[in-house]
Design a protein around this ligand. Structure first.
Ligand code: GDP
Ligand code: MG
Length: 178
């Protein structure tokens, strides 16, 4: 069959949540365009970027990735943003305990108001800044396990674990039963 109509192909809305400045936009641009630009204001805005990923079992996953245009500052707007999302990446900065607390707030929000069965992943970004680390990997891993989330540390700057992050999400998406 042609790949465009293959029943194994998946399409998934994916959103990113987390404090301003933790690197959400940089993670998206690293994954979609393979770039990191420390000088640009990279927030993508209201529309989405899409990127496909081929899995080992030959499933093609098409991510429709929504980046916030600063909605993370307005908790009341968030449900409009994550409505219908199949997956959510909750991001904190490993050098910022405040951003880890905020990530936990977003996890609770998604548990209360997200789509049932939404795939949630906890991401500690800016792993390249390990000399200034102030959130331990172990604390984050334990929190993630308690909340049934996959946990990974990434660097949008060095590209470390960025593709792995999206592959792990793709593997966890529910497969059509037909
Ligand atoms: P957002 O507000 O969550 O979308 O954050 P941005 O993607 O706009 O990134 C905020 C700032 O963090 C920018 O100055 C980026 O250059 C920087 N940044 C993002 N990811 C990383 C990373 O992995 N490592 C380092 N060192 N800086 C990063
Ligand atoms: Mg942004």
């Amino acid at each position: 069959s042609s790949s465009a109509t293959d029943s194994k192909d998946l399409r998934a809305k994916l959103v990113l949540l987390g404090d301003s400045g933790v690197g959400k936009s940089c993670i998206v641009l690293r994954f979609v365009r393979g770039q990191f630009d420390p000088t640009s204001k990279v927030t993508v805005g209201a529309s989405f970027l899409s990127q496909t990923l081929a899995l080992e079992d030959s499933t093609i996953v098409k991510f429709e990735i929504w980046d916030t245009a600063g909605q993370e500052r307005y908790a009341a707007l968030a449900p409009l943003y994550y409505r219908g999302a199949a997956a959510a990446i909750v991001v904190y900065d490993i050098t910022s305990p405040e951003s880890f607390s905020k990530a936990q707030y977003w996890v609770k929000e998604l548990q209360k108001h997200g789509s049932p069965g939404i795939v949630m992943v906890l991401v500690g970004n800016k792993a390249d800044l390990h000399e200034n680390r102030s959130v331990s990997s172990q604390d984050a891993q334990e929190y993630a396990e308690k909340n049934n989330m996959f946990f990974i540390e990434t660097s949008a700057k060095t590209a470390d674990n960025i593709n792995q992050l999206f592959e792990e999400i793709a593997k966890r998406l529910p497969r059509p039963t037909a």
